[in-house]
Design a protein around this ligand. Structure first.
Ligand SMILES: Cc1cc2nc3c(=O)[nH]c(=O)nc-3n(C[C@H](O)[C@H](O)[C@H](O)COP(=O)(O)O)c2cc1C
Length: 209
């Protein structure tokens, strides 16, 4: 230690075998807005983050989600509530894609502040975990000019759908929330101006099906 770097939490290796078929996951996928307070496991979180942006081709560094020109503009943050993830304390974490790990970005349970920054969407503070997908547009617009903005928006849809399907396959649920105040979300997450929050996706066990 003593490097000044925040500690890294290595996530369990993701599995490529599920208990339901892709077709069943598509058929069962629904936006859920009511969650139990039960924590999710580190394996479940690992699986969801892998589906969101995990590396699936180690030689070419390609990911689970397609990206225009493989420019990968998305950055993923995890807001963990109190007892939100087994054996992980409450805080804001950054998903480190290369290492499939979490880095603590800021301590504390910010779910209520995050909900306020998203038009008071109650499910954000009810779910044990919220995944926030942010974009760094420049990574893509440097290559494609203003058309790159369109590509970033298309890409976040791919990532969001993978979260939906992976959550469903794990017996969990989510909802894609696009109704948010960019500036407020950035403040709650303590992010620099170039980060544009696009989706907040609460994840947890559905309270009813
Ligand atoms: C771009 C986008 C933004 C959305 N924003 C919100 C939102 O802010 N709040 C919410 O409760 N649901 C939001 N949704 C979820 C939709 O309401 C939901 O997908 C729709 O009602 C269809 O239901 P289903 O997902 O269960 O099929 C959003 C969905 C998309 C694709």
């Amino acid at each position: 230690m003593g490097t000044g770097q925040p500690p890294r939490i290595h996530l369990p290796s993701p599995s490529q075998k599920g208990s339901i078929s892709l077709e069943e996951a598509i058929a069962q996928r629904r936006s859920v807005r009511d969650f139990t307070p039960e924590p999710i496991s580190q394996s479940q979180l690992s699986q969801i983050l892998w589906a969101t942006q995990g590396i699936t081709d180690t030689s070419l560094r390609l990911r689970a989600v397609p990206s225009a020109g493989a420019t990968y503009p998305l950055e993923i943050f995890v807001v963990c509530g109190r007892n939100g993830i087994e054996q992980i304390s409450e805080g804001i974490y950054h998903y480190n894609i290369s290492h499939h790990s979490l880095t603590l970005h800021h301590e504390g349970d910010v779910r209520l502040d995050l909900a306020r920054a998203a038009l008071g969407e109650e499910m954000i503070c009810q779910a044990p975990v919220d995944i926030i997908i942010c974009a760094l547009y420049e990574r893509t617009t440097l290559h494609y000019g203003s058309r790159g903005e369109r590509y970033v928006h298309i890409e976040v849809g791919h990532a969001g759908q993978n979260i939906y399907l992976q959550a469903t396959a794990l017996g969990l649920a989510t909802v894609a929330i696009g109704a948010l105040y960019d500036e407020q979300v950035r403040e709650v997450l303590r992010l620099d101006k170039q980060y544009k929050p696009l989706y907040i996706m609460p994840v947890g066990k559905p309270a009813r099906r």
